[in-house]
Design a binder for this molecule. Structure first.
Ligand code: ZN
Length: 493
């Protein structure tokens, strides 16, 4: 059943323009924030306009493969590896654990790894073997790591790599279920272990994307082995692509001596393929999530003569972790495409047309990310509680003594309204995740709001409920024209 995950979108998304509303049974789920855009296509003939099929391309620019890289751990040679990648125009994601107790591998280290279009992924706070932990501790490891690295880099962290590749305990199915719930509740929607995604009955369809890993070996890069893996993928392309169109080189920056030259040779071979989309893992995840959760339908009243108008509903960038435009393919020549008011570039490929659809100008990724912690679960913030990035904004989270409600207080002292405020509660794996979202279109200057999310445990027993439980709320907003994200966190036992 899980194996159909990557093909569902393809089966359902080739919407015929003539399809009616009623036939469109697959929409953005109400739990993803989404935005709508109107696209008008102008054709050469009325017949083209009437018969054209519009679909979302499987990859940006309708490329054949997505290619990325994946490097784990806070290793001292990550910057050197990163330099080599950037020189070759190859992107990827560095899966970092938390800043270490000696304050090494912290903010500067993480930010330097972003150059050239790379991103940071989650790898737990302490390189924990998740399969040996109770559920609350798993969640703290996964969530704490994500929040720390997002605050340091001001970039979303949405892709995850399991330390020790450990995500399953064959003797105890609750382990994988708890890990799955912890990842989703902590906001991850991509994982570099395809096996975790493929054979996972606990994973809702479309929740986590993945790809095929090409192994370099750690200290011993073997070009022939890498080539053999590549040949296998391209030789059985259709079969592999049913699972994922992403493949990525993966390993550790643990090369020594001449291995660095071998790495350089490998990167030379992997660079510059026209049919590949070079991306980091966030970008692939962002595209895949859009492809899965976006929805096209015709605007019937404006369909006439040479033009067709369609509405695109898609998740907002803050849901995706990267601002990747969506590529539409139209099976007829298109003379012009207009999005809302502006004109879009169109590219003719044979008798098809590709159109790249950017996000609306007011939908961007957060440019600053910060967090305000309430580790003692105080109901009211002390005077000193605040955010350095957002001095006028305070968020405060606590669990009521009965343990059945998570309360968020938000005050705006910026002197300007906070706009498009969207809140997502992040609950421990034992909890139901219905009703975890709320939003305000505007919070006035000197305004404050309070909201409560129900805490309903679906799971019982020491494994699920033991130990301190971590809670968070992600608050996304626009302040003075700039999109930001502020987390509030608390602990409850
Ligand atoms: Zn590791």
């Amino acid at each position: 059943m899980a194996d159909t995950r990557f093909t569902i979108g393809e089966r359902l998304l080739p919407w015929l323009l003539a399809m009616s509303w009623a036939a469109a049974g697959y929409a953005v789920p109400p739990d993803l924030w989404s935005c709508r855009q109107e696209l008008t296509l102008e054709f050469a003939t009325a017949a083209d306009a009437a018969q054209a099929t519009v679909r979302i391309a499987a990859l940006p620019d309708d490329k054949e493969w997505a290619f990325s890289t994946r490097w784990d751990d806070n290793l001292p040679d990550n910057p050197r590896l990163h330099d080599a990648m950037v020189r070759h125009g190859i992107k990827g994601t560095f899966y970092l654990t938390g800043t270490d107790p000696k304050q090494r591998f912290g903010r500067e280290y993480a930010r330097n790894l972003l150059a050239g279009g790379c991103t940071i992924g989650g790898h737990t706070q302490t390189h924990a073997r998740l399969t040996g932990l109770p559920a609350n501790a798993m969640f703290q490891e996964i969530l704490g790591n994500r929040l720390e690295r997002e605050c340091q880099t001001d970039q979303p962290v949405v892709s995850f790599a399991f330390p020790f590749a450990a995500f399953d305990d064959p003797r105890n199915p609750a382990v994988r279920e708890a890990i799955t719930r912890a990842l989703i509740n902590a906001g991850f929607h991509h994982c570099v272990y395809l096996d975790f995604v493929r054979h996972n009955p606990d994973l809702p369809a479309g929740a986590i994307s993945s790809g095929w890993q090409i192994k370099t070996g750690s200290t011993d890069i073997d070009l022939e082995t890498v080539q053999a893996q590549l040949d296998r993928l391209t030789g059985k392309k259709a079969a592999y692509q049913r699972q994922s169109k992403l493949f990525f080189l993966g390993g550790h920056a643990a090369m020594t001596g001449a291995q660095w030259e071998t790495l350089d040779e490998l990167l030379t071979r992997l660079a510059g393929h026209d049919a590949w989309w070079y991306c980091n893992q966030n970008e692939f995840a962002a595209y895949e999530r859009q492809r899965y959760h976006s929805h096209l339908w015709p605007v019937a009243a404006t369909t006439a003569g040479l033009t067709r108008t369609i509405t695109l509903e898609r998740p907002v960038p803050a849901e995706l972790g990267a601002c990747v435009p969506l590529t539409l393919t139209i099976d007829r020549p298109v003379r012009a495409a207009h999005l809302d008011q502006g004109r879009l570039e169109t590219r003719l490929c044979g008798d098809r047309t590709l159109v790249k659809v950017p996000f609306p100008g007011d939908q961007r990724l957060p440019e600053r990310i910060d967090a305000i912690a309430n580790p003692r679960n105080l109901p009211m913030p002390p005077a000193a509680a605040g955010s350095r990035d957002f001095p006028g904004i305070r968020v405060w989270l606590h669990v009521v003594p009965a343990g059945d409600q998570l309360v968020l207080k938000l005050t705006n002292r910026t002197g300007a309204p906070l706009q498009d405020v969207r809140v997502t509660a992040m609950l421990p794996p034992s909890c139901r995740t219905a009703a975890i979202r709320t939003s305000w279109s505007s919070i006035p200057p000197a305004g404050s709001v309070e909201t409560a999310f129900p805490i309903r445990h679906e799971k019982t027993g020491a494994f699920w409920r033991g130990g301190r439980a971590g809670f968070a709320a992600a608050v996304d907003f626009t302040a003075a024209g700039l999109p930001g994200r502020l987390y509030a966190t608390t602990q409850f036992e």
